[in-house]
Design a protein around this ligand. Structure first.
Ligand code: NAD
Length: 291
């Protein structure tokens, strides 16, 4: 089951106590599987406890060490309870991957403030609750690594997913600034900014106008999206090297570089808006999904 890549970093995650939020699906699931394959003791935390249980059961059936817990990252108390219970049971937390996230496909003009609150509660406050609770414990321990999952859209623009990009930029700011603060206290902080990954994230997206569906249709996302397990390995390689910002694949690094060099060029934003223009001219007749 273990790949040669896994063997080279076995010692880093072996016997480490790791919490992965959003571990029931997609990248979170792949991180749980990969961490367990490397000998980690993994807490699969998710609002979807049945999904988390399935992941933990599949891992333990192959000899790994995993367990499921229910956690709603948008609720500070839910996050605090899980993290403190795990820390007191195992005596430490070595890593937390603040991975749980949602997406909304919508133009800003179609969004209510409640839509904004919903995505900020999960994607920003969810990461903040996990970060601050684990940080306090890790400072006491004198060690630990906080890994926050952002996105390439946390470094560039992503029109039509503006709310998502807003939260992901905030996660980058939180993580990079805290990294400097935490360094002298023995705590490491990394932020992960991947390009598209093959996961059910977009299927679960809240879509406020069905004309938005024109956007993914005209972008070759399924062609360029990475396998989740490959993405998980890239995340763990960056974490094991204590990288501050982990950006992959190579094409995403190039897009980030172009964006930094010349933000007005904005290759991703330009492409999305161009593809969206035709759909946008259609009348706004379509249904608004409620939260
Ligand atoms: P996914 O939908 O497969 O998994 C997200 C998980 O988060 C699900 O298991 C879901 O139940 C859980 N979740 C949602 N709300 C929650 C809450 N309130 N509390 C606890 N758990 C909750 O999506 P994914 O693609 O695996 O996304 C994982 C992370 O990776 C997200 O932060 C996402 O923004 C980021 N990301 C994804 C992509 C991509 O293309 N899929 C690209 C870059 C970054």
């Amino acid at each position: 089951m273990r790949s040669s890549t896994a063997e080279t970093v076995l010692d880093i995650f072996s016997d480490k106590v790791v919490i992965v939020t959003g571990g029931a699906s997609g990248l979170g699931r792949a991180l749980c599987e990969e961490l367990c394959a490397r000998g980690g003791i993994v807490i699969v935390a998710d609002i979807n406890v049945e999904g988390a249980q399935q992941v933990a059961t599949a891992i333990t059936s192959t000899g790994g060490h995993a367990r499921a817990v229910q956690m709603d990252v948008s609720q500070a108390e839910s996050v605090r309870k899980v993290i403190t219970a795990i820390a007191s049971e195992y005596g430490r937390i070595d890593y937390i991957f603040n991975n749980a996230g949602i997406i909304i496909g919508a133009e800003v003009r179609d969004m209510s403030l409640d839509h904004w609150r919903r995505i900020i509660d999960v994607n920003l406050f969810g990461v903040l609750y996990g970060t601050t609770t684990a940080y306090a414990l890790m400072i006491k321990q004198g060690f630990g690594h906080i890994v926050n999952i952002s996105s390439l859209s946390g470094l560039t623009s992503l029109p039509i997913y503006t709310a998502y990009a807003t939260t992901k930029h905030a996660v980058v700011g939180l993580s990079t600034s805290l990294r400097a603060e935490a360094a002298g206290l023995g705590v490491k902080v990394s932020v992960v900014c991947p390009g598209p990954i093959k996961t059910p994230l977009a299927d679960a997206a809240m879509i406020l106008q069905t004309r938005w569906e024109e956007v993914p249709k005209s972008l070759p996302l399924d062609k360029i999206a990475m396998d989740a397990r490959v993405a998980a390995r890239k995340v763990l390689r960056g974490v094991s090297r204590n990288r501050g910002i982990i950006v992959f694949p190579f094409g995403s690094r190039v897009l980030w570089w172009v964006y930094r060099l010349c933000p007005d060029v904005d290759p991703i934003g330009w492409k999305i808006v161009k593809n969206f223009r035709k759909a946008r001219t259609e009348p706004d007749t379509l249904s608004r999904k409620e939260i």
